[in-house]
Design a protein around this ligand. Structure first.
Ligand code: ADP
Ligand code: MG
Length: 355
């Protein structure tokens, strides 16, 4: 064994995934797509099965000081269903694995699973298995989802074509602002436990952070409209970061317009209140779980009246020119900041959850 020690932080999350995946190739003809998209694609008769896994770790992805554990259960399912939606598929089953310590009561586990059940009902998925183990302190939830899609309707990150229109659903940056509000209230509470949290005004933002929804409705609406996106990804790490996944995988460039990026009014005002640039929050704030996709120009007409789909730019052939065009006509190079899981500041104290 060599003495060399390489820091994970130098690779970053995506570099580490590339580092792992380059050592593996697919051995079975049934494995249509392996590592590198929102879900893996497995041949299954006329259909394909989609598989994805997401893990939520206490102190990294959630803080039980302000996260109702029931919402956490819901979110853990929603973020997985979102990855299947990002492949233009429909989720059908989940498995749920949890690691927890004796900090957690049966009532807390019940609350977690009440949230999981509510999401199963909402997204019409079946809980079909999982694993339960102990942990020295924090809670870890890992969910795997299985979904289904017709082979020809699956949307990969790699399908964007020159002149395609770039679309996003809903609004962006609200989940990030919700997190800022929750963190601020936590600090206020720590310094003065008698203070009541003041989050009424920020209800939408906090809801976006604590209980996001997967956009399964969009998959349905696109199918109804007869539109199959050329590429798609869900926005978990921020619009800019996800755009770069499409750019890298499709071998294209993108141009987006700042006045086309959908930002909720309260998210905008709250960003200003926090001395943050609302556009930067929309570009780099994560966890909105909206869908980012590209469509052929000829399909734009079919969805142009959809109230929740926004056309934010177009695809071109200059891979190295990924820009944001401002209202004044300035071109700003896009930067994929997103989230890097290897430079986190974990919470040193893990609170006892309220069920
Ligand atoms: P998403 O944000 O859509 O959940 P990720 O960025 O987590 O996607 O993962 C990107 C791709 O890398 C996916 O195909 C995922 O299955 C794969 N992946 C992530 N971590 C690992 C790992 N430790 N080993 C193998 N594949 C991984
Ligand atoms: Mg994804």
């Amino acid at each position: 064994m060599s003495e060399k020690r390489s820091e994970i932080g130098h690779l970053g999350e995506f570099g580490l995934i590339d580092h792992i995946s380059e050592k593996f190739s697919l051995r079975n003809t049934g494995s249509i797509r392996g590592i590198g998209d929102d879900a893996a694609v497995i041949a299954a008769g006329d259909d394909c099965i989609l598989i994805s896994t997401d893990m939520l770790v206490e102190g990294i992805h959630f803080d039980l000081a302000y996260t109702p554990i029931q919402h956490l259960g819901y979110k853990a399912v929603a973020v997985n269903v979102s990855d299947v939606a990002a492949m233009n598929g429909v989720a059908e089953q989940i498995t749920v694995s949890i690691a927890l310590s004796n900090r957690f009561s049966v009532e807390a586990v019940d609350a977690l699973y009440a949230g999981i059940k509510s999401a199963c009902e909402n997204y019409n998925v079946d809980l079909v298995g999982g694993d339960t183990t102990s942990s020295v302190s924090g809670l870890i939830i890992s969910i795997s989802v299985l979904g289904r899609a017709k082979k020809e309707s699956i949307t990969y990150r790699s399908g964007a074509k020159v002149n395609d229109i770039i679309c996003v659903t809903g609004d962006l940056g609200a989940a990030f602002m919700g997190l800022q509000v929750l963190e601020r209230e936590k600090q206020v509470f720590i310094s003065n436990p008698d203070m009541q949290p003041n989050i009424e005004k920020y209800e939408y933002l906090v809801g976006r952070q604590l209980k996001p929804e997967a956009r399964t409705d969009i998959v349905f609406d696109l199918r109804e409209a007869g539109v199959t996106p050329s590429s798609m990804i869900d926005i978990s790490d921020g619009l800019a970061s996800e755009l770069f996944h499409i750019v890298k995988n499709s071998g294209v460039g993108v141009r987006i317009y700042d006045d086309k990026i959908p930002i909720d009014n309260v998210a905008f005002e709250t960003a200003v209140e926090f001395n943050l640039d609302p556009l930067t929050c929309a570009l780099n704030g994560g966890e909105d779980y909206e869908l980012l996709f590209t469509i052929n120009k000829d399909d734009q007409e079919k969805i142009k009246n959809h109230p929740d789909i926004h056309f934010i730019g177009y695809v071109h052939d200059r891979k190295d020119q990924n820009v944001l065009v401002t209202k004044e006509g300035n071109l700003i190079p896009l930067k994929a900041q997103g989230w890097d899981h290897f430079t986190p500041t974990p919470n040193s104290e893990l609170p006892t959850p309220n069920s």
